[in-house]
Design a binder for this molecule. Structure first.
Ligand SMILES: [Zn+2]
Ligand SMILES: [Zn+2]
Ligand SMILES: [Zn+2]
Ligand SMILES: [Zn+2]
Length: 747
């Protein structure tokens, strides 16, 4: 019989459990909760605003078995809670403690920033009480997001008639950044300008100063260029001076979450989501020939701190393998943050596992990301690189015009042995003094460039610098924007869709704080303050809600009075009346309508367009071709790519291809509402016995009643179309209540 274990350690993931168990010895059993176990309810609001924002937590679906199992293995044992070290992990520990009926005052929470033998043994020796302040900060975030999502999303659904739209607190501020940039690109008008060089032995030496002053490159228009050329036509050019100096470059800081994501995105073309998934594996432990092994420290961090031991180890590694001159004097960049926690930068758990050794233990993407992290860390601990810079200054005889180039030659590589620097070497062959003969004046026409679109990498950088989001949320924010189709990714560029523009406009007009970067950043700071005990989550929530409720009431009042100013005039003209058509929100998506004759034009799905005030700019190729008077669904035939239309037949309406009889594709008519479970399209079907039923095209959920896009005014649950006394009403199955559609429209 195996020895009975006295202690049980609970972590989130099986991989992490395995790695930790290896270090704890036979007295400990390590089990996994498999992620989150308790959360706000899925089908209702779950926050009692009247009762001081009391949350109503529910076991997450499918977690009953996990909890029962955890209860069984922890019975009569000493329990240690070891979820990840951030707020989210603290909240998981708190939920676990509640579900397992543990003593709140017991010291049973252990935290560590890396899974190595020493840190795990150290952590288990000094458990602490669950940190209520940290839990509070996480509760506040969760409830804030719930309030914003639950209160604003139904408004979006009603206006846009699109169940797949939603408003997220932090995601909306990020969307606004993308929308603003796209608008700037749309409005941008390129300006022509000229570049002026001296050409000497195939080397281009640019004009940098006029009358001793740097000039704006756009200021050299054609007229100015001709003036300069006239000035310089007959003149001679002299080497004014050659300055030589030593330039030292500092090694980069070790990775934090945002810089890791930026590097992996630009070097490997990964998404921020993929980067985090692989980093998490490296942190939790990977099965190797030496057993499970954790390769890096915790991957969600905004601290560049490096522990003293890790610094010493890196020093020794560099000294032993590369020599004293490669060892550096690492200094942590001062951060503005008040929180002094145990977080460290992302670094290898053991710097002696260098890329060559790692190659024997891991492979593929794991090895790729580990090598990147190792190189960045060892570079951060290494010495400065040294360059010799030669600055050549050339002037015309009148000394009005200054031309300059800087040559660079590397004297010592230092940290660049591990991490290449952006500007490389370049040398020029120029005389040290005297007249520069055999030169040619050269001009080049160019134009100013529009601001570039954000990539995932530059958006993460922007969010970080604006204080929107935190290491734990950057990847989720981007994924949500893409999933909602508010943004598409083209090559690596992030482009907001027309729906993205409209959602952003709607929020900006009615809930300006939600899209405001400063407000969002300020909220993050407040959450930080909860964590350090300067305030508590209930007062942050009530402070937020006081303002939010005003906006909510105003918007709902406007909707009731049908005075919500929300319409767009398009740049597309009606082919009959030649007036600008207006954008409409229909059940099948966006379309254009002529205000004069009522003519409709369908728009393709996922359409791109730019809104500016009450105007929308679309390109002609987004407009679907007209065909007869049939009602178009806006979707394309999956078989031939033709337009799908709605036809009437013996068994009622159905969808058919407009290329009939060439294409015989047909499909059942979709229900009026989207699937209440997953938001996908629901099909109307007939059973063998002739009874009508509804089935979701994605998750397969079935309903006897037709789903609607309305939400219940009292519980916010989904409503279904159902007949009551021969009149069609909307029905809330949770509360068994009926509503009139006209009443709901008045709400
Ligand atoms: Zn018309
Ligand atoms: Zn077809
Ligand atoms: Zn579904
Ligand atoms: Zn209800």
């Amino acid at each position: 019989m195996t020895k009975k274990k006295k202690n049980v350690v609970i972590v989130e993931s099986p991989a992490k459990a395995k790695t930790i168990e290896k270090y704890l010895g036979s007295d400990y059993k390590v089990v996994a909760s498999k992620g989150h176990i308790r959360d706000l309810p899925q089908k209702k609001f779950g926050v009692d605003i009247e009762k001081d924002f009391e949350p109503e937590f529910e076991l997450m679906p499918g977690k009953e078995k996990v909890v029962a199992e955890l209860k069984k293995v922890t019975k009569g044992k000493k329990v240690y809670l070891a979820p990840d070290m951030d707020r989210e992990g603290e909240a998981i520990a708190w939920h676990l403690s509640y579900l397992l009926g543990l003593d709140e005052d017991e010291e049973n929470r252990i935290v560590f920033s890396e899974i190595t033998k020493d840190t795990i043994l150290e952590a288990i020796k000094s458990p602490k009480k669950i940190d209520d302040k940290k839990v509070g900060a996480q509760l506040a975030r969760r409830i804030l997001d719930r309030i914003v999502g639950y209160k604003i999303s139904p408004i979006l659904w009603r206006i846009l008639k699109n169940y797949n739209t939603s408003a997220g607190r932090v995601q909306s501020a990020a969307l606004k950044i993308l929308v603003d940039r796209e608008r700037a690109i749309f409005k941008f008008k390129p300006k022509e300008f000229y570049k002026i060089f001296l050409k000497y032995m195939d080397q281009d030496i640019p004009l940098v100063k006029i009358n001793g002053k740097k000039y704006k490159k756009e200021s050299i228009n054609e007229k100015k260029k001709n003036e300069i050329l006239k000035d310089l036509k007959e003149t001679k050019f002299y080497i004014e001076k050659v300055e030589e100096k030593e330039a030292k470059r500092n090694p980069p800081q070790p990775f934090i979450t945002s810089t890791l994501q930026q590097s992996a995105i630009s070097k490997f073309g990964w998404s921020s989501k993929k980067t985090m998934q692989i980093a998490q594996k490296l942190y939790e432990g990977i099965e190797t020939s030496d057993g499970p092994l954790a390769f890096i420290t915790y991957m969600r961090t905004d601290s560049t701190r490096i522990s003293e031991e890790a610094q010493k180890k890196a020093f020794n590694y560099l000294n032993e393998n590369y020599g004293k001159e490669y060892t550096g004097h690492f200094k942590v960049k001062k951060s503005k943050k008040k929180i002094q926690d145990a977080h460290e930068a992302i670094r290898p758990t053991d710097v002696y596992i260098d890329p060559a050794k790692a190659k024997k233990l891991i492979s593929g993407d794991n090895l790729k990301l580990y090598t990147l992290i190792w190189n960045r860390f060892i570079a951060s601990q290494s010495s400065q690189s040294i360059y010799t810079e030669k600055i050549y200054t050339i002037m015309d005889a009148s000394k009005k015009y200054t031309f300059e180039v800087v040559g660079r030659k590397r004297k010592f590589d230092g940290f660049e042995k591990f991490w290449s620097s952006s500007t490389g070497e370049k040398e020029y062959e120029l005389p040290k003094s005297g007249e520069l003969k055999n030169i040619e004046l050269k001009t080049e026409k160019d134009e100013t460039k529009p601001p570039s679109r954000y990539t995932e990498a530059s958006l993460v950088k922007e969010m970080e610098s604006k204080g929107i989001g935190r290491p734990s949320t950057y990847a989720t924010i981007i994924t949500t924007l893409l999933n909602r189709k508010y943004v598409i990714k083209e090559k690596s560029n992030l482009i907001p869709t027309l729906v993205g523009f409209i959602v952003s406009d709607l929020l900006e007009k009615n809930f300006p704080e939600i899209v405001d970067a400063k407000f969002t950043a300020h909220m993050e700071e407040k959450l930080d303050k909860i964590e350090i005990g300067e305030t508590n989550w209930k007062s942050i929530l009530s402070e937020f809600y006081k303002d939010f409720e005003k906006f909510l009431n105003t918007t709902e009042q406007k909707m009731k009075e049908k005075s919500l100013d929300f319409y767009y005039k398009s740049n597309i003209k009606c082919s009959k009346c030649n007036v600008e058509m207006e954008l409409q929100f229909g059940r099948y998506g966006l379309f254009l309508k002529c205000p004069e004759c009522g003519e409709n034009k369908g728009l393709s799905k996922g359409i791109l367009g730019v809104t500016i005030d009450n105007n929308v700019y679309l390109s002609e190729d987004n407009i679907l071709p007209e065909k007869g008077k049939e009602e178009k669904t806006g979707d394309k035939c999956p078989e031939c790519g033709g337009d799908l239309i709605i036809k009437s037949g013996r068994f009622g309406k159905f969808i058919a291809c407009s290329n009939y009889p060439d294409c015989k594709y047909t499909a059942p008519l979709p229900a009026r509402g989207k699937c209440p479970k997953c938001g996908s399209k629901v099909h109307k079907l007939k059973s063998k016995k002739g009874k009508i039923y509804f089935k979701c095209s994605e998750c397969g959920e079935m309903f006897w009643d037709e789903p609607s896009d309305y939400r219940c005014p009292s519980c916010n649950g989904p409503l279904f179309y159902k007949k009551k006394n021969k009149e069609e009403m909307l029905y809330c199955p949770d509360e068994k209540k009926f509503f009139k559609e006209s009443e709901l429209n008045e709400l």
